[in-house]
Design a protein around this ligand. Structure first.
Ligand code: ADP
Ligand code: MG
Length: 323
């Protein structure tokens, strides 16, 4: 009956007068000091939905924080504190110290990398479920928002898209990759890299940003909806691995690239005048930043092929409750 977003809009969206920014972005913003705001967000990984029951616990611990760091990156915030809500089945809690040890090692490996402190959480018994809440800091009034895209902005994405979805489709036997190909794609699915430093460095350069967790089409769509704008992107410009490129003649691979999800790259819009600075930032951070299209007036997202013809897609991104 409802999509994930209908449910949020219908049942949970209320005015939030004491927050600087409430529901609808990658994180909420609340005032902290006169110079800083807190960016607060939460993301959950559910066994059977976001990972397989036999997932490597170290990588699971790592990913559960990475997906939350990615929302901080999308706001341009510096991640500082996390809370961890763990629901554990009996066999893991009572009899599997290796699992808990590895999970915590994976979580803290990434926490230490970004100096994030685990300040609390909750531990309960039930089907395996991992919820992380994250709190970051950003200079007052400077956070990147989904709603800031301006007419004629360039649309950019970081890194490469689609490898995580391609790996998932291999695991689900929807496509069969060669051994070296799955070896290349699996890290994108199991241990994604959140673009934490890039997000902070885009403040002052980008007008809007989002992290790509549900697929480029859906997440750029959120920027467009929040900003009241349209966009056109060039399929041929989309950055992808040589592995994904090999399969692009199959519609499944094309869907991975455009609508796959679990990329945790940043999609952002910026004025054309900042092209040089963005290219310099890309070189400095050694992160590919690719210009994929532009912001237009109106509404909707158009994807064009190399000859300029509009492409129609079967899916538009991940929705937990779509049929
Ligand atoms: P993201 O993909 O960045 O994690 P989501 O698409 O999950 O963001 O959520 C979109 C927005 O809706 C976010 O601002 C999020 O905080 C908010 N949201 C999601 N679920 C709920 C809920 N149950 N109650 C209130 N707000 C919610
Ligand atoms: Mg997000």
């Amino acid at each position: 009956m409802h999509s994930e977003f209908d449910i949020i809009r219908h049942y949970f969206s209320r005015p939030t007068p004491s927050a600087i920014l409430g529901i609808g972005d990658d994180a909420a913003l609340i005032a902290s000091t006169t110079q800083t705001e807190l960016a607060i967000s939460t993301d959950t990984l559910v066994c059977g939905t976001h990972f397989f029951a036999d997932a490597d616990p170290y990588k699971l611990g790592y990913k559960s924080l990475a997906v939350n760091l990615s929302d901080m990156a999308a706001m341009g915030a510096r991640p500082r504190w996390a809370l961890l809500s763990l629901t554990l089945p009996d066999d893991l809690a009572r009899h599997n110290q290796v699992w808990l040890s590895e999970f915590s090692k994976g979580f803290f490996a990434l926490a230490d990398l970004y100096h994030v402190e685990l300040i609390g959480g909750d531990t309960t018994s039930g089907p395996l479920n991992i919820g992380v809440q994250i709190v970051g800091e950003v200079a007052a009034g400077k956070a990147l928002r989904r709603s800031g895209a301006k007419l004629e902005d360039d649309v950019w994405v970081s890194g490469q898209l689609g490898d995580a979805a391609l790996a998932l489709n291999h695991e689900l036997q929807q496509i069969i990759l060669e051994c070296d190909e799955i070896e290349h794609c699996l890290p994108a699915l199991l241990t994604p890299t959140a673009r934490v430093e890039l997000g902070q460095r885009l403040i002052g350069l980008a007008h809007s940003a989002i992290d790509i967790s549900d697929g480029l089409m859906a997440d750029l769509g959120h920027i467009l909806e929040s900003s009241g704008k349209a966009a056109c992107i060039n399929m041929a410009a989309l950055p992808c691995s040589t592995v994904l490129k090999r399969y692009l003649h199959q519609s499944l691979a094309m869907n991975c690239l455009l609508a796959g999800g679990d990329d945790y790259e940043l999609c952002f819009t910026a004025p054309k005048i900042n092209r040089g600075k963005i290219e310099a930032l890309s070189a400095e951070l050694a992160i590919p930043l690719t210009l994929i299209g532009g912001i237009l007036s109106g509404e909707g997202l158009m994807v064009k092929d190399a000859s300029g013809n509009a492409i129609t897609l079967e899916t538009k991104g991940y929705d937990h409750f779509s049929a």
